[in-house]
Design a binder for this molecule. Sequence first.
Ligand code: HEM
Length: 407
Amino acid sequence: MDISVFLNNMRDPAGVPFYPVIFQVLMVLTFALHIVMANLVVGSIFVALWEAAKKTDYSTRLAKALGRVITVSFSIAIVLGVAPLLFVQVIYDPFWYTANTMSAFYALLFLAVVTIGFYAGYAFYLGNRKNDASAFKTGWGWLALIAVLVTGALIHMLSMEQLMPAEWKNWVITPEGHYLTGGGQFHGVAPGRLLHILLPSFAVTGVFMMLYAVYFRKRPDYDPEYLDYVAKRGVNLAFVFSVVAAAAGFWWAGEIPGEFHFLQNPFFIAGAIGGIALTAYLGMAHMNPEKYAIRAAIAMFVVIFVMCAAREGLRMDYAGAAGYSIFDYKVNVDWPSTLLFLVSFVMGLYVLCFPAIAAFRAGRAPAGEVVTIEPSHGKRAVTCLIVWFAVVAGLGLIISLKNGTLF
Ligand code: HEM
């Protein structure tokens, strides 16, 4: 059977409830947010272990601070991973489900490994909260590091398998004609691509350290020399690894079949120019890292977002070569579910502002000082959540009763 017939028949026959381009834009945006956080997880574990090995007062203090960052960024990376996962399943469903079926063992292993990584990261943080340089323990940190690298490699493999539908038949059918149902396929690893996506971990963590220095500079109980140390280490990491990541970007481009002309992809060109400009900016930031920190963070996110768009453009090229386009999806516009989704999204951001403001203000206050914040925002956020729950649960009940699925 022609692969395009297979792919197009595997689409969800119900079609999509809104225009595919909206899902695509949200997929790229949420993937960019996911990958920034995943980078921060990988980078903070690496840098924490590295700093711990130096055994000085400042480096141990920084390793402890990064230990705490691991727990928070890991949670956010996992939550933000779900969003692109859902969008991929909506517009690239034949690709995603085939890769996950062929490689079911690794898809399940991914879940186990990410869980191990999370708990190992937590154990690393909890186990060192009160330790000084001589008692600092790194065993859990190493386990967390191995687990996140394996996690990244597994999801990369699942992403790559999706891009090669022409190979699927060769992978699952033996020369004798037997269909392999074991779910043990592992194909398509592209080291340049994986490195280009993971090496920015150090640059992202470096910029994070610059922001850390800006944030804690307002705290009178923080040693200014310690903050100078963190800012300087941060800007060095960000600069050096922006250069290294850019080099890996060209390695990735070299791995891609020439027929896709990836070097001429406008998003790739924009990302490459942006990456070079960002590196130059980080070079200037050595003069005064804290002054440049916020602008460097914004510029870095823009470059990562553009590269994520290039990654999506490449997926469209691969899918197009196999006769599949997300724009051929049957669109059955469903306004109520679309509005519910958008309102939930905006409301979620509003609700999250409250804990974010509380955490921001609390972190700025010296240890032991109680911070009070205006309670009206909190009350409005809780009311929003209650109304949202009533609407969603109510709609679910009404629809289930109407369709006769409840009784
Ligand atoms: C800290 C742990 C994680 C790391 C280091 C990580 C790393 C990565 C990397 C490197 C990629 C890009 C692969 C490529 O394009 O070649 C990726 C993609 C992705 N990740 Fe994560 N990830 C992590 C956790 C998760 C979790 C827990 C989820 C799901 C809840 C998730 C969902 C995704 C999705 C949906 C994609 C895109 C797949 C596609 O576009 O086909 N990730 N991740």
